[in-house]
Design a protein around this ligand. Sequence first.
Ligand code: 4NP
Length: 163
Amino acid sequence: MAKSNAENSVSVLVVCLGNICRSPMGEAVLREVAKSRGHDIEVDSCGTGAYHCGEDPDERTVATCRKAGLCLHPFRPLEREDFDKFTHILAADTNNLRNLQSIAPKNSSAEVRLWGSYLDDKPIPDPYYGSSGGFERVYEQCVRLSNAFLDDVFGKPKPTSGL
Ligand code: 4NP
């Protein structure tokens, strides 16, 4: 089915450091939450660091997403062209945001923001050095952030009848 004009004009890049924990999970969750709200938008993710070049996402990220039936892609680095390609670039934390702001071409039209700025201004904590519980918490945070982002871009969904 063809995307509506509003959806054609929204494309989102979720960015973290390694692109093996937060941003691949955020990408998959945002795409799924958007779909469940009736929006077929383009979503991708990447990392600002190249520590995990060519690697698949962290196995804890994969396990958490698999429970929700979500698939993930291998690491991909941030590229200059991303600032032209995407309408919204969402940083997982303030370090990622600063990196993005320092790299962004002056004429970039992309809206570069902390993802948390759509909800509570909180960063997504890096779960890499913690336990699997941290990955579950990141998943739940990504669901909340996805809804907050979509509320801002498309408006809040209409309440369904209470019948
Ligand atoms: P991510 O987590 O940025 O959420 O993918 C990290 C994964 C690996 C490393 C840092 C953060 N690392 O330094 O290897």
